[in-house]
Every structure is written in C-alpha cells, then in structure tokens.
Design a binder for this molecule. Structure first.
Ligand code: SF4
Length: 501
C-alpha cells in the first residue's frame, strides 16, 4: 500500500498514540514485536464475530470479501452505480483517502458506511450514549470518501456492535455538552494530523502510557528510546500533553528535578499551560525521587488512615471484556496481620454462560456477607464498577444498596485511588499493582502475568477444559490478591515526608 494513503486503521491508532502512526509508516518494521496471544485473540474474535453477524443477516447483500485491492474497489464502485442496497467488505479511495468499510448501505439517493465491531458501540456500558473516538474517526473517514465521491446521502455512519445494536455516529453533533467540537471537526483534526505525520511535517515522539504502550508492538524500542532520553513521560501521571508543555522548559527528568520551579509559579497559576502549582510541585518532587536512582525510596506525601483490623480480605476479579463475562472472584483472607494465616478463596465461573457468571457472583456475595467484620482491600474502581454491573444484570443476587454498602470506605478501601494516588510517591514509571508490588519485592509465579494474558487463558480453558490452564488462571488471581496485601503492608511501612508545595 502506498505510504501516501490515510486509512481508517491509521486514524484508529492515532487516537491512542501519534508516534505509532509514524513508526508504522517510517519505522524499522523488523524491530516490531510479533502480536502476542491476547492481540491475536482480539483479531480472531473480531473476525469471527464479523463472520457470525454476516452469516445471520436476513437481508440480501453483496459479498466482496473474496476480492482484494483494485479489483475489490472496481466491484464496489460498480455495485454502487447499480444501486446495490447493501455491500459487505467494499473498498473505496479518493485523493489520499482509502477505506474498507465492512458495510455500505443505500440510504436515500446515496450511501452510508458502517463497521461491525466485537465491542460495545458506545463508551463504557451499552446505552451510555457516549460515542467512541476510535470508532468515530474510522467511520468518518469512510463518510468523507463518500462525500468526496458525491455518493454520500447524509453525514452519519453506524456501528453494528457486540450487543446486536446499530449505534448511529452522527458527525454533525458536538462530542458532549462539555466538548462542543463536533465529531466531524474531531475527525478533521485527526485527518490533518495524519497528513502532517505522513508528510513528515509533524515530528512525533514516543510518550509512555502504561495501559497503551504495554499492548503496542513498538513497546520495547519505544521504552529504550524513552529511557535513553530520560523522557518526562516516564514519570507517573505525566503524559504526552504535560510532557510537551514542560519540554519548553526542561528536556529530561534530571533537568526538571534540578530546576528551581518557583520561577514558574505565578500565584495560583504557572507558566506551564494547563498545569496548576499543585500539580507542578507534585511532578517536580516525583522527578527528584526518580532521578535519585538507588537513593530514591517510596514515601508518604501525607498521613493515611489504614486502621488495623483483625480480619482482612484482599479482593480481585477477572473479567473477559470480549464476552462481557466476569469469570473469577478471588480473595486472600488474613487474620491478625499474620501472613501464615493467609487463605485463598475463589469463585470461578466454569463456563462462559450467564448461569455460571451469576452463580459465581452469588457465591462471592455470600462469602463477603459471611465476613462482615473484615476490612476489604482492592485496587482501582474496576471491582466496584463490575459489581454494580453484575448487580444490575442479576438483581436476584443482591440489591444495589448491598453493593454500595460493600464498597463504602468504612468497609472497603480502594488502595489505588484512595491511598496510592492521594498520598504516596514511588520511584517507578507507573502505579500499576504489578509495578508497585514488584518494587516491594513480590514475585508472581507466572512468568508473563497480566490481565490480558488471563483473558486469553480463559478462552483456552473454555475451548479445551484443560485443568492446568484453569489452575494458571487461579494462581495468577491469587498472586494479584496477595500483591494487594504486599502493597498494603508496604504502604504501612512508608515514611512520611511532607510535600514542599
Ligand atoms: S509503545 Fe507507546 S509510545 Fe511507542 S508507539 Fe506504541 S503506544 Fe506509542
């Protein structure tokens, strides 16, 4: 494919990282990692879902999936000229745009385009009403091609999603009440950025983002590059936008750490666009900690209340987002702060069915109900979000009030939001439970532990019924629960150092 074409997948990647578009186009492709098992699973699931949707279609359609390149495009154009009502897997190009929409549908005098996605068509829950940026830019690109070819009927497209819903992407609408920019304007800004990157008029730089980079095929080369340049994004909570703003003053973590930042503070503001004095001081202290090397140790920025309780429960769930299925609720119990009393309790949904999911959820709620005096610890809001979802899905198991009572801070503590982010500093590049527990010396038994890997194992367990795979999932979850305990104990030992700000 010519390097000058802008495609939907380029814009999709651009929504998460602009440097990826640069590297995918101009980088040394031999340095890219091979897709890992989880990424392959996503591809397989996506293509399987698309095939299932197409196979179940009741309306007649023209299938062009067997054709490629110019022939596919010629047949797409021919079918549109003939007014074919629905075209599957077409291809269109005009000027520097190239698109392969899953569906082209005759609507009035023209066509609209859409994609089939094996995820929700909206952010978060279905019916949230919030469109996905990454989907919007793709479908907008198809719509732009149709407009430029004078065969578009309206400025909207659609997603057929995992819930069997057609989600309309109306590009004339503002993104939200807070963001008046329309979806079309957003698309145009991404299109322009892609053009500039391909023309090498816009210089891109890697920017570390734990959640995005660890799933990217450029992770290793980018990390080396970032480390070589002591890039500011290697500081937790300091992403591309803040880094680019700070780069006007400091190029590296060390420069930032050594600087007298008082000259940048102007009362309640700073000279750094979009950054208040509190954030600037916090990031500066973080730069000093990280650049101290072996001398830099984690500490408490403020005192935290972590009451000692006779019985503690460390809690972690495993969810398969591809099936929207919670398959494991794991708990480590500990009595009187004595690690030798630790016991792992798990409730596993053996099959990917609603019945199995409901049963595991009910067992978990019963178990928690049997331990009313135990303090519950978990890491991030995810557990609470998923328990609210499970309660709405299975209202017979418990009430919404039961879930709120469970996650009341008197009963349960989110170590990530309520403790790590609010009150601690670590000489690490992110605050994931893996990173912090490893910093404290904890070692997972699995050589490649990750939530993504666990999802892939669960798929293999469902397909094979292999008990070794199930045990691997359980061990991984147990270690995650234990890591939460290690983190709690580690935080309790941290020295208190008051902030300078
Ligand atoms: S590893 Fe991160 S910075 Fe590098 S291209 Fe991928 S997402 Fe971008």
């Amino acid at each position: 494919m010519s390097k000058s074409f802008i495609t939907a997948s380029m814009l999709y990647n651009l929504t998460s990282c602009e440097h990826r578009l640069y590297l995918d186009t101009f980088g040394d492709l031999s340095a890219r990692a091979k897709p890992n098992a989880f990424i392959q699973l996503l591809w397989e699931k996506g293509s399987l879902f698309e095939k299932e949707v197409i196979a179940a279609l009741k309306t007649p359609f023209l299938d062009l999936s067997f054709f490629h390149g110019d022939e596919k495009e010629a047949r797409t154009r021919e079918a549109m000229e003939q007014g074919t009502p629905l075209i599957y897997s077409g291809r269109l190009s005009v000027n520097n745009l190239l698109g392969e929409p899953d569906l082209l549908r005759k609507e009035g005098t023209g066509y609209i385009a859409g994609d089939i996605k094996s995820g929700s068509g909206e952010e978060g829950d279905s019916d949230s009403g919030k469109l996905k940026k990454s989907y919007a830019v793709q479908v907008a690109l198809y719509t732009d091609i149709l407009e430029r070819l004078n065969i578009s009927s309206v400025r909207w497209g659609f997603i057929w999603d995992i819930h069997g819903k057609e989600v309309r992407y109306d590009f004339s609408q503002p993104q939200s009440t807070r963001t008046p920019q329309t979806w079309w304007e957003l698309y145009q800004s991404f299109y322009q950025r892609a053009r500039d990157i391909l023309a090498q008029d816009h210089h891109t730089k890697a920017a570390y983002s734990s959640g995005i980079c660890k799933l990217c095929h450029w992770y290793q080369p980018c990390l080396l590059d970032l480390q070589r340049h002591y890039d500011l994004t290697l500081l937790p909570e300091l992403g591309r936008t803040k880094r680019d703003a700070l780069n006007d003053h400091f190029s590296t973590i060390q420069e930032f750490a050594a600087a007298d930042i008082s000259t940048l503070v102007l009362g309640k503001k700073t000279r750094i666009p979009g950054m208040g004095p509190g954030t600037l001081h916090k990031l500066h202290a973080r730069a000093q900690l990280v650049s101290a090397g072996d001398q830099g140790h984690a500490y408490l920025r403020e005192d935290v209340r972590l009451p000692i309780q006779d019985s503690e429960i460390f809690f972690d769930i495993e969810v398969d987002p591809l099936r929207d299925h919670t398959y494991l609720h794991g708990f480590i119990e500990r009595q009187h702060q004595d690690n030798s009393t630790e016991q792992f309790v798990a409730f596993f949904a053996d099959s990917p069915t609603a019945d199995a999911e409901q049963e595991a959820f009910a067992q978990s709620m019963t178990y928690l109900g049997q331990h009313p005096d135990s303090k519950v610890y978990y890491y991030s809001k995810y557990e609470r979000t998923m328990y609210r979802k499970l309660q709405a899905k299975y209202p017979d198991v418990c009430s919404a009030e039961d879930i709120e009572a469970l996650f009341n801070p008197e009963r349960a503590i989110d170590l990530y939001f309520d403790v790590v982010l609010k009150a601690t500093e670590w000489p690490t590049r992110d605050y994931s439970i893996k990173t912090l527990a490893k910093y404290l010396g904890f070692i997972w038994r699995d050589t490649h532990p990750s939530g993504a890997a666990s999802i892939e194992w669960f798929h293999r367990w469902v397909e094979s019924g292999d008990l070794e795979i199930k045990q691997r999932i359980l061990d991984y979850n147990e270690d995650d629960c234990r890591a939460t305990r290690v983190l709690l104990d580690g935080i309790r030992r941290l020295p208190l150092r008051m902030s300078i700000a």
